[in-house]
Design a protein. Sequence first.
Length: 144
Amino acid sequence: MELSAFTGTWRIERRIEDFRAGRTGPLTGTARFDPLPDGLRYLETGTLSFAGTAPIQASRRYLWRDGGAGTIDVFFDDGRFFHRFDAEAPAPAAAHDCPPDRYRVRYDFRGWPRWEAEWRVTGPRKDYAMLTSYTAAPGPRAGR
């Protein structure tokens, strides 16, 4: 899958299971992949809700770049490397160590243009899982 296939806006639905706090909450919002000269800028915005708390506006930013040979490199917004995954693999996965924490992700593109990213994060103060479903929003998309 080419990097350009992600260009455009996606609706996202995320389920976060915080095992340490014993709570589960949804996040709903959008993710945009905007073209840059050397890749795509990922901008996610949404509303996170946990029972008994006020909804929180959340956002995250990444840079996605072609890593060559079917791979995609993901960087933090400040340019630091985050992880690489093989978009052509049957079960794309990656890991990122940020001692003392460990981040593992599995991607699933089998239902394209619907896809998922499943994260598992563990560490001394972190223990959570996130499953995010991306659904193509109406409008033009490079990968259609």
